[in-house]
Each structure stands twice: as structure tokens, then as C-alpha cells.
Design a protein around this ligand. Sequence first.
Ligand SMILES: *Cc1c(COP(=O)(O)O)cnc(C)c1O
Length: 394
Amino acid sequence: MTIPPAYRLATLLVQGGIERSQYGETAEALFLTSGFVYDNAEQAEATFKASIDHYQYSRFGNPTVAMLERRLALIEGAEACCATATGMAAVNAALFAHLKAGDRVVASRALFGACHWIISTLLPRFGIASEFVDGTDIDQWRAALARPAALVLLESPSNPMLEIVDLRAVADLAHAAGAIVVVDNVFATPLLQKPLQLGADVVVYSCTKHIDGQGRVLGGAVLGTKKWIEETLQPFIRNTGPVLSPFNAWLLLKGLETLALRVEAACRSAAAIADFLATQSGVARVWYPTREDHPQRALAMAQASAGGTMVTFELAGGKDAAFRLLNALRLVRVSNNLGDSKSLITHPATTTHMKIGVEERARLGITDGVVRLSVGLEDVEDLKEDFARAAAAG
Ligand SMILES: *Cc1c(COP(=O)(O)O)cnc(C)c1O
């Protein structure tokens, strides 16, 4: 039985996209194979002519990867999905599949470090002009999109300052400028925010984050219309090869089964820890999208069903205080990763956002006292106690 999109989210997360083999296995089968055989030369010819439906090579398609792609498309409410080896492979493929020399790209400045590098450094090498705007300032979007553009890339909520971009307003401006809108929806997860319903054309994920959510594998996904995925993206992916391993696809299918349970629990804890941190001496400011003091709370709550699993805060004592806190925590571990069942803490200025330089960090509000927390699935009281104890020790 194929699972139609009419089923509710929890059902799609567990059963969506399954295609059972002749053995009737309960769990999704892992087709760990690079290639496929044909009954005869005629069948091989027909496969290459695409006159029959037959797998030919795992760079072109694999049954386990296809199950993941179908499940992700059902969850997103997208017509089609293409899985990739990493989140960056997804972003890179979406950009390079769509763009050509002479095109112009507009992006929000608050992007994941590697996305920022592609826009600022790599695209111009290929004759593609790029321009950054403050994603929270609609006037800057309007000015940048007063001229024709081919593509808009944005992230909301952004990493690490949890800024919110008005997706509907930006999509309207982008479409009027002739651009497609690509949204990096990692922080919101496929569950909390639906960019396609808010006007986006393409959604990208690092499946490494919440979708695996257990620190095991890298993966990515690009979602959009059937026409764009099949005609624009797929030829790029199939010929350049940033495809997802079947083994990683299998783990990601298992990750999706518990995604809603994990994200809901982590969101609850994150909201509680944001409030807790705001009461701690030494904490100058806390950013969490649904908190009263978030400058874009109304927009955050209109666009997403919860605040997410990330909390950002600023220590009054700058880098020294931040390092003291990170070093004194026991349960919460220092890592640049996020979206894991284990709580992880990052000092962006010296790690994930070191390479963008001091000026760009200042523009983004990433001071030396800013700390980013990815809230996991530990008991929230243990997490609070870890922070309280670390603060006392510092
Ligand atoms: C992690 C991340 C990426 C890149 O994903 P990888 O799987 O590490 O390649 C892109 N965008 C955002 C917002 C991320 O958090």
C-alpha cells in the first residue's frame, strides 16, 4: 500500500514512502548497492531510454534513498524531493542547478557559514553577482529586488541569532523580480514551518541536524515542484554526483520515525531553558523566537508553530565569560553541531562564525559574549542544574 498525503503528519513520519520488497519486511529495506542488473540487453536498453521504470545506478536513484525522498516530500507537502550527501550539497546543488553566468542572487546576511561563503566567494567566480541584505529589514529586500534577480536564498530562524525573515513578503518581492526563493529551513525543521505554503519555491535541509538527530550521519534534501526538481535539479545531481548513500538514507528514515516526538520535547525544554537563562546573573540577553522580548515574536509565531530547539544568549562578560561557562558545563557538551538528542553548546565567534570576520559578525550581532545552545532530550531539570552549577563555578 502506498501512503497518500491525506494521512496526518505522525503517520507520514512513520509510514510515508515505504515500498516493500517481495519479502514483505516490516522495516524499510536497506538496498546497499551501487548498481543494478538487467534480465537482458533489451531491458538495459529500455531502462536507458526511460521507456521502463528500472533502477540503473545509485547515482541516478536507489530504492532506499527513494523511500526517504518520498517520505520527506509527503511531510513537507512538496511535489518532489531529491536527497543529497550533506546539507551543503543540497544548498550548492539548488544554487548551481538553477543559476548561470550573468545571473544575480540576493541573500539574507544571516546565513550558515558555508552558505555565506558560496554566495560571497564562489558564485562571483562564475560570473554570478551576489548581494547581501539584512534579512529582517523589508526595505533592504525591496531595494535589492527592485532590479531583476534569479534567486533569493534565506534562512529563518537564522543561525545563530534566531532572526526571522518575513517569508511571504520576501517571496512576493522576489517573484516580482523574477527570482525563485530558496529557504534553508534547518532551524525550523520540516515540522514547525512550511516555507512552500508561505511562498517559497524550494526548501533545503541539512538532514544531519534534527532529521537524523542522533549524531550519526550527514545528509541533505532539496524539495520543490516536480517540474523544477526533475528538469532543473536532477540533471545537475545525477551528473555531478552529490548523492546520498543508501545506508545514510536508511538511518534518516529511522530518524524521521521519531522526529515529531524529539522536536516537540526539545522545543518544550528550549522554551523553558530560555526563560531560565534569562533569570541568571551574567546573562545580558536571551534570544528565543516565542519569548516576549524577541523583537520579531509576532512574525515568528505567525510563521512557525513553535520556537524551535535552539536558544541563543549573550554573556555580559564577553569571550572570557563564555569560555568559562562552556568549560564548566558537564552535561551540555561543547560542539559546533546542532539538532542532536544530546544538548550541545557553541561559541559562534570563535568557531562556526570565525571565518566571516569581525565586521560581518558585528553586522550580525554575533558579539564575543554570544553563545548558541542546541537543546537535546535530557531531563530539562538536569540541564538547568548544569547551567546553574556552571554559572556558580564561573
Ligand atoms: C548544518 C547546516 C547546513 C549544512 O549542512 P551539512 O549537513 O553540515 O552540510 C546548512 N544550513 C544550516 C542552517 C545548517 O545548520
